[in-house]
Design a protein around this ligand. Structure first.
Ligand SMILES: Cc1cc2nc3c(=O)[nH]c(=O)nc-3n(C[C@H](O)[C@H](O)[C@H](O)COP(=O)(O)OP(=O)(O)OC[C@H]3O[C@@H](n4cnc5c(N)ncnc54)[C@H](O)[C@@H]3O)c2cc1C
Length: 417
């Protein structure tokens, strides 16, 4: 997999982390004409991919794939273009037509990481990004001319020089520790359990169904080849009682079968084991520490129930490179580019974090939740706007305004006698 870094002369951009955020940043900086190398500590053969991910890509992020040269991933051999449907306590929230009026082509994607991750690395290599896997970045040091990266691979240690270093090294970011960019941690009161199945009949319109059951969320994702992914984000106490990993399958299937809006589990066959986690707090870091930008999970690693991490990795890395369009990587260009990136992240992605962190808590006022979803479900425009919010195409503040207006109108509507 590794394409040895050709010479020891200075890199323009060194990206630490070769997953979604890292490959995206690398490709976008390469497209701006820079010499770019990606370092990843894991050894990645052509089929390597991240397993702990349920790979629903929200519609706001899908266009970034085309900019990376990966538009073919929208095709039926690779993914399922889809749209969310929510089964809520107040009724169905389907949202007619497209995600937003006028956005004809915007859809979410069920794009499995076994497909996406190798495709990103191939696109990076084909566009001239140098790629060193099995190479851990252990320390970075700044001087007047840029950065020194101290790396280690199986042959020993090596130092690289770069003008700009991008931290795309995930939620446990080593660079964040080095640079003193601690994560603000927010609790997540749900555990997750998921698996891949055959033998489940999903909706003919290929929509992905999100069923709110008490304070759990059960998700049904159609995948390529007629397969289905089932994901359950459940109150921790519920799944704790389900026993060992192997023993959980019957309870998991019974849970889905008990939901009136889920497909039948009668013929469901699990492909591999169930995966999941018991605790996954959200983590938020500064977008820029010193002169190092953080992208993807290294900056914002939010409750997976929101299904935003892959999209935020794509979009944050894209925003970073866009902030450097028309700028050089000298001191003046770096200061301006990093300031623009910080501002963009704060405007485009950060407003979503607060609502997601609030949703991670299970103890919410059931009556006001019911009232809210009744209002949304009864109003086709608001339903569409709710889907646009969850697809991260509408800011929470804007949705709140529309919701408040609809709730007031509902309250003042004349009574039917
Ligand atoms: C159960 C679960 C379900 C999820 N479902 C969804 C979903 O449906 N939709 C969605 O959008 N998101 C989902 N996510 C979130 C998504 O998986 C992540 O947000 C996404 O993978 C983040 O990508 P990244 O590139 O920022 O970081 P990562 O994928 O974590 O990559 C970081 C990379 O940095 C490398 N690295 C770390 N340290 C070093 C170092 N010192 N030197 C060199 N390399 C280093 C690592 O090896 C790794 O490859 C889910 C997450 C979980 C846990």
């Amino acid at each position: 997999m590794s394409t040895p870094i050709s010479d020891d002369s200075q890199l323009d951009v060194a990206v630490v982390g070769g997953s979604i955020a890292g490959c995206t940043a690398a490709i976008r900086f390469r497209q701006l004409g820079h010499r770019v190398a990606v370092f990843d500590k894991k050894t990645m053969d052509d089929r390597f991919y991240k397993r702990l991910c349920t790979h629903f890509i929200q519609p706001h992020a899908v266009p970034v794939l085309a900019e990376l040269g990966l538009a073919h991933l929208y095709e039926a051999d690779y993914s399922v273009p889809t749209k969310a449907v929510f089964v809520t306590p107040g009724g169905l929230v389907e949202g007619p037509g497209n995600y937003l009026p006028g956005d004809q082509d915007l859809f979410a994607l069920n794009l499995e990481r076994r497909v996406l991750d190798p495709a990103l690395r191939t696109a990076a290599r084909e566009q001239g990004v140098e790629f060193a896997d099995g190479t851990s970045v252990e320390k970075i040091e700044e001087d007047d001319f840029g950065w020194s990266l101290h790396t280690r691979d199986e042959t020993g240690s090596r130092v690289f020089r770069a003008r700009l270093v991008v931290a795309a090294d995930g939620r446990r970011s080593r660079l964040a520790k080095e640079l003193g960019n601690p994560a603000e941690s927010r609790p997540n009161e749900r555990a997750a359990l998921f698996g891949y199945f055959s033998g489940i009949t999903t909706r003919p319109d290929r929509r992905s169904v999100f069923i709110m059951n008490e304070r759990d969320l059960a998700c049904v994702y159609p995948l390529v080849d007629g397969r289905t992914q089932l994901v359950l984000f459940a109150e921790k106490s519920r799944v704790e009682g389900w026993g060992s990993t192997e023993g959980r399958l019957p309870q998991f299937l019974e849970y889905f079968d008990s939901l009136p809006d889920a497909p039948s589990m009668g013929d469901a066959v699990l492909e591999d084991g169930l995966l999941g986690y018991s605790d996954y707090p959200s983590q938020i870091r500064q977008a820029v520490a010193g002169s190092i930008p953080f992208v993807g999970d290294a900056a914002l690693s939010l409750d997976p129930m929101s299904g935003v991490g892959c999209g935020f990795a794509l979009v944050s890395a894209d925003l970073l490179a866009r902030s450097f369009t028309g700028r050089s990587l000298d001191k003046t260009g770096l200061v301006a580019g990093l300031a623009e990136y910080r501002q963009q992240l704060e405007e485009v992605l950060l407003p979503h974090a607060e609502g997601i962190c609030v949703d991670s808590l299970v103890d919410k006022n059931a009556a006001s939740r019911l009232r809210m979803f009744k209002t949304i479900s009864a109003n086709p425009d608001l339903s569409q706007q709710y889907l646009a919010l969850t697809g991260r195409m509408l800011l929470p503040g804007e949705f709140q305004r529309l919701l408040m207006r609809a709730m007031m109108t509902r309250r003042t509507a004349p009574l039917k006698l």
